[in-house]
Write a protein that binds this ligand. Structure first.
Ligand code: SAM
Ligand code: SF4
Length: 480
């Protein structure tokens, strides 16, 4: 008999402020050979949090003896780890699911699974149940650690399993992780989000803001150091709120950065920051430098205080500019990037002009720019403003991108003729004998060089600045 537990976005809305629930991943030993001789294909859409979840999915599937394939026709199991942040991300997934119907007709024994943020949406699961009989398994962001058991049910009973929980969420430690990159690692430091920006679906798909214990994070970094990792990126939807939910200790994001700054990891980055929780103390710790990189992604979303209020961002234009001034005073050469939404309901041309002027004033060296996308169940989906047509929204995005691209270029040009430290990650995708890596300021650099440099931090002289990347050469003088 099919197992059906569908999401309930109303339940996700509630924040009961209960104590965090901590669990350890467990697996029944009888499942360890479940995937013997079988292959899986994994799609990952969306943000770094999804990338990180996919590393856990890979870890669990390896434990079950599945092998990964990059050829979809070879797969016995196809998983789609999805993103719900904008409608076009969802359309892509439905398009792909439609194409997979044919594959299922040819090979009915294939198992198709959908997980990630889309699974937590009522309308999506409803559509899957009615129109996509080719999907055998749906599980959500809260029960990713149940994947072995859910797969076992599907594989042994051949029933359809839709198991999506809607609650505040827990913290499950010790899920096996199979990392794609052997030099840089994602480390989730918290899950969920309590900010409820009016446009955003995340608080309804990922539960309440809950922080991992610092000792677990620091131990994970320690073991990555042992494995030769050079860089960690701390992940959370609002990393600056890390630790606010602790009831047994006084420990926040500044403390975590401080502790990490004393560890033997070469580079520490984090994303995403929320201006409203970026404290003076966090800026002060960051300004000490060392392994804390001079780069900050600080989403502003809009330059207009009126629009920011409608977005429920919790800060004004002036507050944001004040944060930026403090950061620049403390770390003058920092590279700042941001996220911006255009065409938000009630955004007038004057509001948009304020966004353009803020971008110039802040000197952003990059931005992810988006057209507002209505997300069912969020407050902004009910804001009605017919004055912003598709054409106006696209035209604003175009004008914004022109200003943002100037910032990218200027941000790269400031390194022309300078020596910078580049963590070499591998060969450039475009050219075989060209190595690529990132500077401390998170600039992409291409250099000619030997593969012995892969995984090393190398001193490079920047010889050319383009809009999206820098060209350089490996300097004769190297750091010890
Ligand atoms: N937690 C982060 C923050 O607050 O900045 C990032 C959240 S989200 C994964 C990444 C970006 O997607 C947001 O910063 C926002 O610019 C954009 N975004 C979120 N919801 C959106 C929507 N409904 N329409 C358009 N863009 C959206
Ligand atoms: Fe979404 Fe706002 Fe939370 Fe970021 S802080 S995930 S934009 S609700």
């Amino acid at each position: 008999m099919d197992l059906i537990r569908t999401p309930d976005q109303n339940k996700e809305r509630k924040r009961l402020n209960k104590e965090n629930i901590f669990k350890d991943f467990e697996i029944d030993k009888s499942l360890l050979s479940l995937g013997k001789g079988k292959k899986y294909f994994l799609y990952t859409y969306g943000c770094q949090e999804n990338e990180s979840d996919s590393e856990k999915i890979r870890g669990m599937l390896s434990l079950l003896s599945f092998k990964e394939t990059t050829i979809i026709e070879e797969a016995d199991l196809i998983l789609m780890n999805t993103c719900a942040i904008r409608k076009n991300a969802e359309d892509k997934v439905f398009g792909e699911l439609g194409r997979l119907k044919q594959l299922k007709r040819e090979k009915p024994e294939i198992i198709t699974a959908l997980c990630g943020c889309m699974s937590q949406e009522e309308s999506v699961v409803d559509k899957i149940m009615k129109k996509y009989q080719n999907v055998d398994l749906v599980f959500g962001t809260h029960n990713i650690a149940s994947l072995p058991n859910l797969l076992n049910t599907v594989m042994t009973s051949h029933d359809r399993v839709i198991d999506v929980l809607s609650y505040e969420g827990d913290i499950t430690e010790k899920i096996p992780v199979e990392r794609q990159n052997k030099i840089k690692a994602w480390i989730p430091i918290m899950y969920g989000c309590d900010e409820f920006c009016t446009y955003c679906i995340v608080p309804y798909t990922r539960g309440k803001e809950r922080s991992r214990l610092p000792e677990n994070i620091l131990n994970e970094v320690q073991s990555l150091i042992k494995d030769g990792y050079k860089e960690v990126t701390l992940l959370g939807q609002n990393v600056n709120a890390y630790g606010k939910d602790f009831t047994d200790r006084d420990y926040d994001f500044a403390d975590l950065l401080e502790d990490l700054s004393h560890m033997n990891i070469e580079r520490v980055r984090f994303t995403t920051s929320n201006p409203k929780d970026l404290s003076d103390r966090q800026i002060e710790v960051l300004s000490k430098g060392g392994n804390l990189m001079p780069y900050l992604h600080l989403p502003v979303q809009s330059g207009s205080s009126k629009v920011l209020k409608k977005m429920n961002r919790g800060y004004t234009r002036e507050d944001y500019l004040d944060r930026v001034e403090k950061i620049r005073k403390a770390i003058p050469d920092i590279s700042l990037t941001t996220d911006i939404i255009v065409g938000f309901p009630f955004e007038t041309e004057e509001d948009f002009q304020e966004t353009l002027s803020l971008v110039q004033e802040c000197g952003f060296e990059g931005a992810f720019t988006f057209i507002f996308s209505k997300r069912e169940g969020t407050p902004a989906s009910k804001f009605v403003d017919e004055s912003i047509t598709d054409e106006i929204a696209h035209e604003r995005l175009y004008r914004l991108n022109n200003v943002v691209n100037e910032g990218y270029k200027k941000g790269n040009e400031r390194f022309l003729g300078k020596n910078v430290k580049v963590l070499i990650e591998g060969y450039s995708k475009k050219e075989n004998d060209i190595l690529m890596g990132y500077t401390e300021h998170n600039k992409l650099v291409n250099v000619k060089g030997d593969k012995k440099y892969i995984g090393q931090i190398v001193n490079c002289l920047i010889t050319k600045a383009k809009t999206w990347s820098l060209d350089g050469e490996i300097s004769k003088e190297q750091y010890s």
